[in-house]
Design a protein around this ligand. Structure first.
Ligand SMILES: [Zn+2]
Length: 117
């Protein structure tokens, strides 16, 4: 819950905040239900831009791809305009997941060029 959540609360009227507080006092079941509905809706919603090149995705294009990843309670979604961008994204994820190899740190080339021979 960061700044966006604060802004969200700012957008609510006094009466709506009272209603929200009342619901939270009763385990927040109504709030939970509407948040869950919103998540489902967002998941169904077609992403409008490619996550890699940010180009606009055409709804009926057959070269669009969408992947859903992450744990069940924190699903993330990304759409791509084509296989190239999907591939790029997956490569990026792989690099993030790859264990850091200390011997490659610092940009020292493995073979030093000896030009005094
Ligand atoms: Zn793209």
């Amino acid at each position: 819950m960061g700044m966006h959540f604060e802004h969200l609360l700012d957008a609510l009227s006094y009466e709506e905040l009272q209603g929200l507080k009342k619901d939270l006092d009763q385990q927040g079941l109504a709030t939970k239900r509407s948040v869950e509905e919103k998540i489902k809706k967002k998941m169904r919603e077609f992403d409008k831009t490619c996550a890699v090149c940010l180009s606009e995705l055409r709804f009926y294009s057959t070269s669009n791809y969408t992947i859903v990843f992450g744990p069940d309670d924190f699903k993330k979604k990304a759409s791509f305009c084509g296989l190239d961008c999907l591939q790029y994204f997956i490569d990026h994820l792989k690099r993030l997941k790859a264990p850091k190899r200390p011997e490659q740190k610092g940009g020292i080339p493995e073979q030093e060029i000896r030009d005094n021979e």
